[in-house]
Design a binder for this molecule. Structure first.
Ligand SMILES: [Cu+2]
Length: 132
């Protein structure tokens, strides 16, 4: 329905700006920062499917961690590798050779050097980090 524009009094409303189309402007509604990962603080380990073992935090190879509790999420992508972590007071196979999938464990790290290997291929597949 149209609203008629009436001239009131002697004043001439010469030009009424066109109101018909209101540009629907895509608003930048508070964009949530999708860069924030829910579990960015987790230490991400992976082994396989090739002859590769790694441990990363925030996409970077782990060389140093702070002592105290840390969650390790290990993704074992092959049934020929395992993920074996040793360190001060710790000697633990986080994922076995047969296992394929992801395991999550919270470990309380102590100061010192930790090493991780795939036991069947330890010459090739190993790494270490320091806990301070
Ligand atoms: Cu292996």
């Amino acid at each position: 329905m149209r609203t008629a524009i009436r001239k009131t009094g002697g004043h001439d409303v010469s030009h009424v700006p066109h109101r018909g189309r209101r540009r629907s402007r895509p608003r930048d509604r508070n964009r949530q920062h999708s860069t924030r990962r829910s579990r960015a603080e987790d230490v991400q380990g992976s082994v396989g499917p090739g002859f590769l073992i790694k441990l990363e935090l925030g996409g970077r190879n782990v060389t140093r961690l702070t002592h105290g509790p840390s969650r390790f999420v290990i993704n074992d992508r092959s049934s020929i590798h395992d993920f074996h972590l040793t360190g001060p007071g710790l000697n633990r196979i986080l994922t076995t050779v047969d296992f394929v999938g992801t395991k999550s464990v919270v470990l309380t790290l102590k100061k010192g050097v930790y090493k991780y290997v795939c036991d069947p291929h330890s010459e090739l597949m190993h790494g270490s980090f320091r806990v301070v």
